[in-house]
Design a binder for this molecule. Structure first.
Ligand SMILES: Cc1cc2nc3c(=O)[nH]c(=O)nc-3n(C[C@H](O)[C@H](O)[C@H](O)COP(=O)(O)OP(=O)(O)OC[C@H]3O[C@@H](n4cnc5c(N)ncnc54)[C@H](O)[C@@H]3O)c2cc1C
Length: 458
């Protein structure tokens, strides 16, 4: 296919375009048109033919809300731009196109003894999507975000052609593109610094905790000794939070005989009532007791677990998002400064009182690494991520009441997980967002951006 045909408005490359959703399946979106370039050299023609503020790049749609959506306008689906362009075995620097997924990178490079420098809780994300949200992982306290490991990238701009960005070249554009929500242009390729590992195993430990303080003690005590830390939180446990603290390091064991599991796939959306509060409460209690028993048996000794079950437990049920039914779900991910633990307790109280807690409560203490991007979300503090089935006004009302607490505490919400924060909440989460505006490509916009900036910069 020529570049012309990929860009031509007459040659529609995808329809019907309501099939492009985000992971939470809320809000519903309908796109006017989806471009699906197969080759990098088709992208300039797409940018050239587009009208102002009409395009948005799309990866694997693993963002939960509307930051990867562009309702009534156009998407550029980057998944077919998925070539590995080069690898330097002596330094571990990988150059690849932006549609390459983390699963691809692990598949090719883990057997050679290289792993991702930072990974989110799913490997089904693209390199472009991971840069645009500057994703974080369980090693934020020692490695910072994914963007901190991007040495260089090439960016298609509608106004300047391909712009190469690194610490020495167009460094301000690099800082805008990392965490830039796809608004600075279409990332063509990136140089990623991979990290050496002996093999696919993680020496992991788990420890139950029964208060926020004991979570913090565990987290601080683990920071210097464990590369990866994260906790699961039972948000139905009432005033005193309980949970399981997971920590681990790459194992020195070099046994490479490990194949990634391809778990079952949920074929369709379940009826919304399946995931009611009693089912979730029962799930949480069982999860807690099973893991507490495992911890008691292990007696604080670590044991080797495959990397995929340590990093990506949710990937084992593909399309698990359909569990929430046709109405979809919302994730609430905030960060609260540690100086404000009362606010954190208030947040948990409000969730417990609402009876709307989720079975995927994740708690993590971020480190002090400076942000790699202008709009990067991670900052020092405690981050909590919870899923809520979309039940209409009551769900949105709960989230609004959580916003009050986060806002008063000086905290922030994560755009990659958001489908409903107000412009005021965005302003208090990213008070310097206006310094980002000059870097926006004139042809780019998104549903998220128009919502949080009240269309003034669409
Ligand atoms: C189960 C699960 C667990 C998760 N865990 C974490 C976690 O631990 N930490 C974390 O930080 N996030 C986490 N996430 C969120 C996820 O990592 C991010 O939303 C990620 O950005 C999704 O990547 P994607 O390829 O699906 O991009 P999409 O969701 O499709 O797009 C994300 C953004 O990237 C932009 N974009 C996509 N491709 C390009 C490109 N080529 N050029 C420029 N911009 C582009 C889009 O415009 C959009 O703004 C999780 C998500 C799921 C479903």
């Amino acid at each position: 296919m020529s570049s012309q045909s990929a860009a031509s408005p007459k040659r529609k490359t995808a329809s019907p375009t309501s099939s492009y959703v985000s992971w939470g399946r809320y809000p519903a979106a309908k796109h006017a048109h989806v471009y699906k370039p197969a080759w990098d050299d088709q992208v300039p023609a797409i940018l050239e033919s587009a009208s102002t503020a009409s395009l948005l790049p799309y990866g694997l749609g693993r963002s939960y809300g509307d930051s990867c959506l562009n309702t009534d306008r156009n998407l550029v689906d980057c998944r077919r731009l998925n070539r590995i362009l080069g690898f330097d075995e002596s330094t571990g620097v990988l150059r690849c196109e932006s549609g390459v997924t983390f699963a691809d990178i692990i598949y090719v490079f883990l057997p050679k003894g290289w792993f991702l420098p930072v990974t989110p809780g799913t490997r089904f994300v693209t390199v472009g999507g991971a840069i645009a949200n500057d994703v974080h992982g369980k090693n934020h306290h020692c490695a910072g975000t994914f963007g901190a490991h991007i040495l260089q990238l090439g960016l298609h701009r509608s106004d300047h052609g391909v712009v190469v960005c690194s610490a020495d070249l167009n460094s301000d554009m690099l800082r805008a593109t990392i965490g830039g929500l796809g608004l600075t242009g279409v990332i063509a390729w990136a140089d990623i610094q991979l990290r050496r590992v002996a093999g696919p195993w993680i020496d992991a430990e788990l420890t139950p905790f029964h208060s926020l303080q004991s979570f913090l003690d565990l987290s601080r005590e683990s920071d210097g000794r464990f590369e990866y830390t994260v906790a699961w939180l039972d948000c139905f446990a009432g005033k005193i939070p309980r949970g399981i603290f997971f920590r681990g390091n790459h194992s020195a064991a070099a046994d490479n005989r490990l194949k990634p599991k391809h778990g079952p796939k949920l074929p369709f959306a379940l009826p919304g009532w399946c995931l009611n509060r009693y089912a979730v409460k029962a799930f949480n209690a069982t999860y807690y007791h099973v893991h507490a028993a495992k911890a008691a048996k292990a007696k604080q000794r670590s044991s080797p677990v495959p990397y995929d079950s340590f990093f990506y437990p949710l990937d084992s049920l593909r399309q698990w998002n359909l569990l929430y039914g046709k109405q979809g779900f919302l994730q609430y991910q905030c960060v609260i400064p540690e100086t404000n633990l009362d606010a954190f307790e208030e947040l948990l109280n409000r969730i417990a009182r609402s009876g709307m807690g989720s079975f995927l409560g994740v708690l993590k203490q971020f480190g002090n690494a400076p942000s790699a991007g202008i709009l990067s979300f991670p900052r020092p503090g405690l981050t909590l991520a919870l899923d809520f089935a979309m039940r209409g006004a009551s769900t949105l009302q709960l989230m609004k009441s959580l916003d009050e607490v986060v806002q008063q505490s000086g905290g922030a919400l994560y755009p990659a997980k958001d489908a409903r924060m107000s412009p005021a909440m965005f302003e208090s989460s990213f008070p310097h967002w206006r310094t980002f505006v000059p870097y926006i490509d004139p042809k780019m916009s998104s549903s998220f951006w128009r919502r949080v900036t009240e269309t003034s910069h669409a």
